[in-house]
Ligand binder design. Structure first.
Ligand code: R5P
Length: 314
């Protein structure tokens, strides 16, 4: 088995390699002077089971091209199987036609990855479950919920009976219920969120009784932070004791970190390292990061050994 990494998640790739007691193979992923991606794999991969770790995160077009070109290089170098390990699968939010003459980028990117030569995909918390079916190759969609559960239990020790899981929008109810089930079937509340335009969230109502509860907002992506900040304010207004957000993918674009740091009603944001922008969060008082290295490392080990990975979904 060999691990390779593009430039998107080098820290995470190193942590996964450590878990697997191996190293990240020597590969050069640079640019030509005109900015085209230049890849050279400096180790023999003929006949190897290769895992390429690369999130298609910001800058999305750059990281995506790096992934495609690395897969192409590996396929031409006769790797026996190529697994694209994409901790954060970008372009997933355009997963259906939202209006006339609009694209479905999640399907387009899935096609590109398959055409480049990937044999399978391993990812975490796809924006919508059905995106798994956009790939015509085996695709495993892991969930970071177990790592979040551990953090919630440690951070709310002695107060678990006051926990209430909150879905930040109606589309996230299934995800929120999966967390609430793990937390002794805690109660659920839903934020009625509207988007007057892309990138702008507007909270309308809270559905459920949140007074006196420790609210856990559970989401897949924090991008501008607008959804979380507005939801936290609405929850506190309704009498919530505390509001913590647990979100897998820390997109955190623009001034999101400052927006969250200044949000008095949001007590804590816990994210994972599926996106390698860890520098952005250094020194942030409200933002904590839990790693998914164990989860991905174990999934890679099982795929390489042809073992079942279904217990990782429990
Ligand atoms: C939406 O469907 C997603 O699950 C997130 O709620 C959304 O992407 C968060 O965006 P922002 O942080 O910009 O409000």
């Amino acid at each position: 088995m060999k691990l390779l990494a593009g430039n998107a998640n080098q820290d995470l790739a190193a942590a996964i390699a450590k878990r697997l007691d191996t190293h990240v193979a020597n590969a050069m992923v640079h640019r030509f002077s005109d900015s085209e991606v230049r890849v050279e794999i400096n180790e023999n991969v003929r006949g190897e089971d290769v895992f390429v770790i690369q999130s298609t995160s910001c800058p999305a077009n750059e990281t995506l091209m790096e992934l495609l070109i690395m897969i192409d290089a590996l396929s031409r170098a006769s790797a026996s199987r190529i697994t694209a390990v994409i901790p954060y699968f970008g372009y997933a939010r355009q997963d259906r036609k939202v209006g006339p003459r609009t694209p479905i980028t999640a399907k387009l990117v899935a096609n590109l990855i398959t055409t480049a030569g990937a044999d399978r995909v391993l990812t975490i918390d796809l924006h919508a479950g059905q995106v798994q079916g956009f790939f015509d190759i085996p695709t495993d969609n892991l969930y970071a919920v177990k790592e979040m559960e551990k953090h919630i239990r440690a951070a709310h020790a002695g107060q678990m009976d006051k926990i209430l899981v909150v879905s930040p929008d109606t589309g996230g109810v299934v995800r929120a219920r999966s967390l609430s089930k793990r937390l002794e079937n805690s109660d659920l509340a839903i934020v009625d969120k509207r988007r007057p335009e892309p990138g702008k969230a507007e909270v309308m109502n809270i559905i459920g009784n949140v007074a006196g509860r420790h609210c856990i907002l559970f989401d897949d992506i924090v991008d501008s932070g607008g959804t979380l900040v507005q939801a936290a304010t609405a929850l506190k207004k309704e009498g919530a004791t505390s509001v913590s957000a647990y979100v897998t993918h820390a997109v955190l674009s623009g001034d999101a970190v400052a927006r969250i740091e200044n949000a008095e009603d949001l007590d804590r944001l816990v994210v994972t390292d599926t996106i390698g922008n860890l520098d952005q969060r250094v020194g942030a008082k409200r933002i904590e990061t839990v790693s998914v290295d164990r989860l991905i490392g174990e999934a890679i080990r099982r795929i390489a050994n042809e073992e079942s990975i279904s217990s990782l979904f429990d």
